[in-house]
Design a protein. Structure first.
Length: 340
């Protein structure tokens, strides 16, 4: 499970129709040799806390949509046997088993939602598809949207995290819609599926206070055009909107750039050591180690031209920042565009 292509084959084919080029990889997020565990030689991860090697990041029970359950059960490869067994065990338990797939048991959901800092630590909440032998995932080839798009480390910091979050939302929406479609295709009556629809879809309007135009069934063109601009009349579906967001974030990921003017972003100093400190921006798992001298000088990035600040750092403080390191500071959000 060393990630070279990060998505299962099915989802990779879908993304090929959405993104203009190949999927990014996250080689720093290794599963076989967990990047979040202390190494045998004592090497420590760049993180605020570490994972239990018997748990890793598998503190999550996936909601498997019906079509993925089918793929798991139909996988007759020898290496798919453990995954079939774990899926069958969830089906036999009967809790959370619906025409839409395998949901999480209420007890698990209750513990998961009300627990803090369990990722990488809680054996009680460890995924039922986790394989004790080798610490692998039994349904790796058929994992869901969240497991397919969550990484402990990102090559481009919060830029990569934002891209994967958008693709996660898109794939999760596709999972929901496809599961509903598949259930209907198999002859499940719509009334059976209706209670599983999110309440907001049919109750939200009852809870709102509409204005006069809305009561009369008239669209407020000012609001509509402010929302949609030139695309009025071509609003599209939620899946289309999420796909568009994914493409926009992919474009940002695919074209690194240094803003003309920078200021200091929001970050937390999580730890200090001789000559350096560990800072956290988008994720406590994906921290950044910086020299203390540089952190003290970051306020010089005050919205002036970036080249002017870099020149001041070199001439007045004998600190040189090359373009690759500067890009890293921008990617992690330590420095942000003055327009950002």
């Amino acid at each position: 499970m060393s990630v070279t292509h990060p998505l299962p084959d099915l989802y990779a084919r879908w993304m090929a129709d959405v993104l203009p080029d190949e999927m990014p990889s996250e080689p720093g997020a290794t599963c076989d040799d967990c990047a979040m565990c202390v190494k045998a030689d004592g090497e420590m991860p760049t993180s605020v806390y570490f994972f239990d090697p018997e748990v890793k990041c598998c503190v999550y029970m996936p909601r498997l949509p019906n079509f993925l359950v089918g793929r798991v059960l139909a996988d007759d490869r020898p290496e798919g046997e453990a995954g079939r067994g774990s899926a069958e065990a969830r089906i036999r338990a009967g809790v959370g088993v619906t025409p839409l797939g395998l949901d999480r048991p209420p007890r698990y959901d209750l513990l998961f939602r009300n627990s803090a800092n369990t990722i990488g630590r809680s054996r009680e909440l460890r995924c039922p598809h986790y394989l004790e032998e080798g610490g692998r995932c039994g349904i790796w080839r058929h994992r869901d949207a969240l497991c397919s798009t969550w990484f402990c480390r990102h090559q481009r910091g919060q830029v990569g995290a934002a891209l994967w979050a958008a693709l996660r939302d898109l794939l999760a929406m596709v999972e929901v819609e496809l599961a509903r479609w598949a259930a209907l295709q198999e002859g499940v009556h719509a009334e059976v599926l209706y209670p599983f629809l999110p309440r907001s879809e049919h109750d939200r309007r009852l809870e709102e206070s509409p204005d006069g135009l809305a009561i009369d069934g008239i669209a407020d063109e000012t609001v509509r055009r402010a929302l949609w601009g030139e695309r009025v009349g071509d609003e599209g579906t939620e899946v289309a909107v999420r796909a568009a967001v994914g493409r926009e974030r992919y474009a940002t990921w695919a074209a690194p750039s240094i803003p003309e003017r920078l200021r200091v972003g929001r970050f937390e100093v999580a730890a200090t050591r001789a000559g350096g400190c560990r800072v956290v921006t988008h994720s406590s798992l994906d921290a950044l180690d910086l020299p203390s001298q540089l952190v003290a000088l970051l306020p010089l990035f005050d919205g002036r031209r970036t080249d002017e600040v870099l020149r001041q750092l070199e001439e007045s403080h004998q600190v040189q920042i090359d373009s690759q390191f500067l890009q890293e500071l921008v990617d992690w959000g330590v420095l942000v565009s003055v327009e950002g």
